[in-house]
Design a protein around this ligand. Sequence first.
Ligand code: VGL
Ligand code: ZN
Length: 206
Amino acid sequence: MKIAPDDLFLVIDVQNDFCPGGALAVADGDAVVPVVNRLAERFDHVVLTQDWHPAGHSSFATSHPGAAPFSEIAMPYGPQTLWPDHCIQGTAGAAFHPDLAIERAELVIRKGFRTAIDSYSAFFENDRKTPTGLAGYLRERGFRRVVMAGLATDYCVQYSALDARRLGFETTVVLAGCRAIDLGGSLAVATAAMREAGVELVEELV
Ligand code: VGL
Ligand code: ZN
């Protein structure tokens, strides 16, 4: 794929808490860092997302007495997986991986900052309705295609890719720059859903 000036590289949640040693570590999560850095150099425009929760966020198992991390509960907006406390605003865990090249990022979009609702997607909170503002930003700047990578393939990358497609952007996910949580087969489900929606899945961007 030739990279065009109206292609955007969207880097999803490459933060310490999703890397080995972090609160919600994704296996091999830090392996995406050099891949993402190399990809970012090839694009004219780069945007980052940052999972950014207040302490006591409703997606944390600790906010629901008796609930175990990785179990699921019903929220007013639908089913919600409960996570270990992670990416708490201002903590080291919420910071970007120290080796992530962030200098060229033109925008950092933070998400998950409302206590009552989680936000996997870079575009909408988990009600799939409340916008983050990213779609308006991308449209106003005239981007046509969104190429993305980051963490985790089956959660924030998947939700962001499905929404980007739904919003009418050409959408590519570079799998070499992604790693999955893979909870109960969620990676296979996510991969099928992205394909079905017309998201282009590639191992590398050639
Ligand atoms: C994520 C679970 C909870 C992600 C964020 O970045 O994929 N997953 N918060
Ligand atoms: Zn989160």
